[in-house]
Write a protein that binds this ligand. Sequence first.
Ligand code: GAR
Length: 196
Amino acid sequence: MSAVNIAVLASGTGSNFRRLVEAERQGQLGDGKVVLLVSDRPDAPVMELAASMGISFFAKNPKMLGGKEAWEQQVREELATASIDLVVLAGFMRLIGPVLLNAYRGKMINLHPSFLPEFKGKDAIGQALLAGVPETGVSVHYVSEALDGGEVIDQVRVRMIPGEDRDTLEARIHAVEHELLPKVVKNLCDKLIKEK
Ligand code: GAR
């Protein structure tokens, strides 16, 4: 039986990328194996993390390649070369276009720090704080053409604590993400391995 090869797309700190790699190494991803990190920001901290964890990476800015379509085309080739079965967006801050979406529809998921469909788009945590809602959340959904609009796979509510600052809320949201994302990825890997 072969593995379910996973690529993570990330633009930032990479705590969820790290968590996925750790989950795999602790045997928590079933047949899932994180084999590639893709970033649109060569200077992102997640790149150093990938190097230190021994994960192959592809990191180029779309501008370096002549635009989004060319970037997606090259990423698509990298994903094909690595025989990627599942693509996980974990802190990837660009809308996916048709070149990648058509290749991985139903096999590309995104982590978002809100209880979708609430607070789509940038700075979902800030949006929730500004709105003064009693609770926000974390969602994992399939990627579609619509911004944070694909079918939700799983989501968890996070209650706001009156008076808490942004950093504290963000840390609590990350802790929930670090539980939810590996769980969803494992379930998808269990499904995908049967199709291989
Ligand atoms: C996570 O909170 C993730 O939900 C969010 O970026 C953060 C990345 O953290 N994603 C989005 O806002 C996507 N719209 P990390 O780099 O520490 O994993």
